[in-house]
Design a protein around this ligand. Structure first.
Ligand code: AMP
Length: 291
């Protein structure tokens, strides 16, 4: 595995791979790698000739009062894990390398962002599409892998790729969870012991919502209320930021459960804001191949 810090070097290598007819699989991350990330890397390894993973904590996608400065970082461990999972090129640019000048042009996401994290984190997805536009160009990605834990991100990135005709395919990978159901996340390290115990109830509440839909509950408000109540009854160390039920991938309100919907939750704990979701059809089943 080669660690690359320079944009020009990464782009030169990727261009050469492409010219040689290799299929490039790309996994963008912010590092502090865990099994969620390595599942994406393993999938890329199976499907592509060359695997590029990036580690870049992108300041543009953090709000002024968010955790950019204290986002967990461990470069040595990340390099070890990436090597174990047979990454070919680990791209780790600095902020100055990625953004050497003030931007001349900014990107703004028009749709799929007025709900969920887009609503509570204004500007977040503008930062996400800006960095991904750069990374897709730098890495010449043929296929890019994203986790459904960040399902709104998947919906926005799909729109980016479609609207701007990126020659890149997006693959959405199911959420990887701890044994008790908690979605794996770099931010889980910020939970104290009690919060960690309570955090499993987020996924349990989502499972109850699934069961309501299996039992033919069609009223979105009823389902949202149930999830909120379950979480508030079980989680005392955290505050519900949102519980929403929307169409997927359009992320628009629904008046009845028809087609694919997402039920998504964000809970703010003392030092970590955790998100989770399930995407299901009107029978409560996981839809085949979201992208
Ligand atoms: P991050 O480093 O948090 O930006 O995540 C990088 C990629 O890993 C994103 O596509 C995430 O959706 C994905 N990811 C993070 N956690 C998980 C998880 N528990 N299961 C599946 N994918 C994940």
């Amino acid at each position: 595995m080669q660690v690359i810090k320079k944009v020009s070097e990464m782009n030169q290598i990727a261009s050469q791979c492409k010219a040689a007819g290799k299929k490039i699989g790309f996994v963008p991350t912010m590092g502090y790698l865990h099994q969620g990330h390595t599942t994406l890397i393993d999938r890329a390894r199976q499907e592509a000739d060359i695997v590029i993973t990036s580690i870049f904590v992108n300041p543009l996608q953090f709000g002024p009062n968010e955790d950019f400065e204290r986002y967990p970082r461990d470069e040595v461990r990340d390099q070890e894990l990436a090597k174990q999972h047979q990454v070919d090129y680990l791209f780790m640019p600095t902020v100055e390398e990625m953004y050497p000048t003030d931007p001349n042009i900014s990107l703004h996401v028009e749709k799929r962002t007025d709900a969920l994290c887009g609503k509570s984190r204004p500007g977040h997805f503008d930062g996400v599409v800006t960095v991904l536009t750069k990374l897709f160009h730098i890495t010449c990605a043929d296929v890019t892998y994203f986790g459904l834990k960040d399902a709104q991100q998947v919906a926005v990135v799909h729109a980016l790729i479609t609207d701007f005709n990126f020659p890149t395919e997006i693959i959405a990978v199911p959420t990887v969870r701890e044994a008790d159901g908690l979605a794996k996340s770099s931010r889980n390290v910020y939970l104290n012991e009690q919060e960690r115990k309570e955090a499993k109830y987020i996924y349990q509440a989502l499972q109850t919502a699934r069961q309501l839909i299996v039992d033919d509950q069609k009223n979105p408000d009823m389902i949202v209320e149930n999830v909120k109540r379950d979480i508030e009854q079980q989680i005392h160390g955290g505050r519900v930021d949102y519980v929403e039920l929307l169409s997927y991938p359009y992320l628009t309100p629904v008046s009845s459960i028809e087609g694919n919907v997402i039920i998504a939750v964000a809970v703010q704990f003392s030092k970590a804001r955790l998100i989770d979701n399930i995407i299901i059809d009107e029978h409560g089943q996981t839809p085949e191949g979201i992208y």
